[in-house]
Design a protein. Structure first.
Length: 757
């Protein structure tokens, strides 16, 4: 036994020492001796993942009264007049007997839509000597003073008015805050770790005074912009106020007030610490028969437990169009006695938030999730022993895998590593789901990965084999499909640099950041692989040379290393085919609930240097030159004009068999001379009569605009937009408005200058 131990020590001592060092690094990171911002971000990713894997079930207790597009279309654009809002309040509170109503909107300005304010001014001014007018106006006040009608609808009802807090430098208090939940004087000299605000945008005094309560709706986004925590209490001056979710839940539960609960003197902290740091334990909602305690984290925040992916059909909460509530047509059995939150899902009203479960999550549903947690007493929280727990699991993993992995073969090492990762991951999820504990996971998983990789790569893999693999993978700098032709006809070309006329393409995915945030990593990999494969096949099928992938972008060129006389025509045909391929891909993507794909393509033809370029370490067969840079600039401005493909003038001249729409003359970053840009439409022989007429009318409008005949150009573009909506037409209508108010100089040449790449 002793002999075997000595043999193992002699054989594995270096790996055991390495494992001990890795475990020490991980433990140091856990206790804060090493920076761990990126580890924290990884823990946030796992925190988000926990919520994404939990299946949402409809919570019938909370309903979102949605100011949706249909409601706006039928009741008028937002903001609605207060008489409409009064009808909405009356229907919710009296017809549907809401347990409570929370408004995720602010009514900060008086409603003048009835004209009553103007009539009052006349009664006090020009018509002050006409007593009949004043008497008649007074009799009309109940009907025309919409703010008063809304205040009357709010009075005595369980309605909570939402408002916004601000720390903007120029912000000033506006409106009236509700009565505070408690004050500094109520704390007995203790201090609270709470967010402080100096200004607010609140509701009109007559509305807030009539309402039962009020609550702020400010989230606290994390560094990555996602909303994971929301403050329950905030401080303005010497007063403390409830959040909208807390106030709405309290009203629904018939709670009288909230108060902070502090640790008692027999706790671990001393009297001095209790006084200095507050030692807040929880927030208590005074309801009968027993108070409801809400655990809080730093700054009196709580973690939001998201249920479902948000929005109508998200699975967690029922969305009811506000117009159906106003008209009283929504079924009573699905709405009576519920907690109702009034908010919007219309993108233009700016209440969509980035959350761990969706990048476009309705802000009103954030409050709904918090209310559900308050009612159920179901909160996810980071326990005080989180650091100790993380340290123990890191030490356990480090000792277990550090000892066993060096002695196991590759297969058993893989199995043990997977079992360890799945074990701690599953245990972590169980603690989250069953116990509401949010515990760290990233450091332990990183340690498992590091131990496995270091053992697998020790010596053999990290030295000779690894260098050989790099050479095999990256030593070939010519695309594989070109190698075969080069080998078959080596005398027909060489790899030396030369000047040649080519056509170069840049293609890029529009909105790729949003796409990447909306998909899990594995699905994002499948998404981008499917896109790159399809685009690459289109390029290769038309004799294009696939140069490189630049993230989600594709660079290719035609005419080298093999001569392609019609390189411009092939490039244009490929670009149009790629647009059709995206439509086919989107049909497949829709079946998997993936976001749609949209690409921009820039093409340019010209003299450029092509050949074997690079360093002694790595070379690539690629192109360089001013014409290449212009192609990249054209791709970047496709989104400005709302088109899928843009080509330069030289490409149009080199491929005359296609029909084009001239879009503009531009001066791009890095070029002094303006260049005309075009949108290829189809083969000239295949262009349908309707599109041909549209293009001719557009070109006539463009001529009128460049001649500064604004009215003529505007009339033509408006006529075009009526038959077919295009971002291009909206762009030029905006330019005409600008030119009218700020006319161009006398020597204006109609060129648009782009200062960015």
């Amino acid at each position: 036994m002793l002999r075997r131990l000595r043999q193992a020590l002699a054989k594995y001592w270096a790996r055991w020492l390495l494992a001990l060092a890795l475990t020490g690094v991980a433990a140091s990171q856990v206790i804060g001796l090493l920076p761990g911002e990126w580890v924290g971000r990884l823990d946030l990713f796992f925190y988000d993942l926990r919520m994404r894997v939990v299946k949402a079930e409809l919570d019938p207790r909370i309903v979102i009264v949605d100011i949706d597009e249909r409601s706006i279309a039928e009741l008028g654009r937002w903001p609605w007049s207060r008489d409409v809002v009064a009808k909405l309040v009356t229907q919710m509170t009296q017809n549907y007997q809401a347990a409570s109503v929370g408004f995720d909107v602010v009514f900060a300005e008086p409603d003048t839509s009835s004209g009553y304010t103007r009539l009052e001014q006349l009664a006090k001014g020009e018509l002050k000597d006409v007593p009949q007018f004043a008497r008649q106006l007074q009799s009309l006040k109940p009907e025309m003073d919409y703010d008063a009608r809304l205040a009357e609808a709010l009075r005595g009802q369980p309605v909570v008015m939402g408002y916004n807090l601000s720390n903007e430098p120029n912000a000033i208090p506006k409106g009236q805050l509700p009565p505070p939940a408690f004050t500094v004087a109520d704390l007995g000299g203790r201090r609270l770790d709470v967010t402080h605000w100096r200004a607010y945008g609140a509701n009109l005094p007559q509305l807030q005074s009539a309402a039962r309560s009020g609550g702020f709706f400010n989230p606290l986004p994390d560094d990555d912009g996602l909303i994971r925590t929301v403050p329950l209490v905030a401080q303005v001056g010497d007063n403390f106020y409830e959040s909208l979710a807390l106030a709405t839940a309290r009203v629904a539960l018939n709670g009288k007030r909230i108060k902070p609960i502090f640790l008692q003197n027999d706790a671990v902290l001393s009297d001095e610490q209790l006084r200095d740091y507050g030692a807040l334990d929880s927030i208590a909602v005074e309801v009968k028969p027993d108070p409801l305690f809400i655990p809080v984290e730093r700054h009196l925040t709580t973690l939001v437990t998201y249920r479902g992916h948000g929005g109508p059909g998200g699975g967690a909460f029922r969305y009811v169009p506000a117009v159906d509530v106003v008209r009283g047509t929504y079924p009573h059995d699905k709405l009576d006695g519920r907690i109702m939150l009034v908010g919007t899902t219309v993108p233009g009203l700016n209440d969509l938030r980035a959350t761990p479960v969706s990048p476009v999550y309705p802000g009103v549903e954030v409050h709904a999730n918090l209310i559900a947690s308050i009612i159920d007493g179901d909160f996810k929280a980071r326990p005080e022993f989180a650091v100790g727990f993380d340290l123990l699991q890191v030490l356990f993993i480090g000792l277990l895998l550090g000892l066993l992995l060096p002695m196991l073969g590759p297969l058993w090492s893989i199995l043990l590593t997977l079992a360890s990762a799945l074990g701690i991951g599953g245990f972590n999820f169980w603690l989250y789901n069953a116990g509401g504990m949010v515990l760290p996971l990233a450091t332990a998983l990183l340690l498992i990965t590091a131990l496995f990789v270091c053992n697998l790569g020790w010596g053999y893999l990290f030295e000779y084999r690894n260098r050989k693999a790099i050479v095999n993978l990256f030593g070939e700098y010519v695309a594989p499909e070109l190698v075969a032709e080069m080998a078959a006809n080596p005398e027909s070309y060489n790899m030396e640099g030369e000047i040649r006329e080519l056509t170069v393409m840049f293609s890029d995915v529009r909105g790729f950041t949003s796409i990447s945030e909306s998909l899990p990593p594995n699905e994002l990999r499948e998404y981008i692989n499917a896109y790159l494969t399809a685009m690459s096949e289109d390029i290769r099928n038309d004799r294009g040379t696939l140069d490189k992938y630049i993230g989600d972008a594709v660079m290719a060129f035609w005419g080298a290393p093999l001569e392609v006389p019609d390189h411009a025509a092939r490039a244009v045909a490929t670009a149009l085919r790629m647009q059709q391929t995206t439509l086919l891909l989107n049909e497949e993507f829709a079946k998997r609930n993936w976001p749609p794909l949209k690409i921009g393509v820039g093409l340019n033809t010209g003299q450029m240097r092509v050949g074997d370029m690079g360093s002694k370490i790595r070379k690539a067969y690629t192109v360089m030159g001013d014409a290449v840079n212009l192609s990249s600039r054209l791709e970047s401005i496709t989104k400005v004009y709302g088109v899928g493909v843009l080509v330069g003038h030289a490409t149009r001249e080199a491929a005359p068999q296609f029909a084009y729409r001239e879009l503009d003359r531009v001066r791009v970053k890095g070029k002094n001379e303006p260049v005309p840009i075009y949108e290829p439409l189809a083969l000239e022989a295949e262009l349908d009569a309707g599109l041909r007429a549209e293009v001719e009318q557009w070109h006539a409008a463009l001529v009128a605009l460049r001649a500064q005949r604004w009215d003529e150009a505007e009339a033509s573009i408006l006529a075009l937009r009526e038959s077919r909506a295009r971002g291009l037409y909206d762009l030029y209508l905006e330019r005409i408005i600008h030119y009218r108010s700020d006319p161009p100089p006398a020597d204006w040449d109609g060129v648009t200058t782009f200062e960015t790449k």
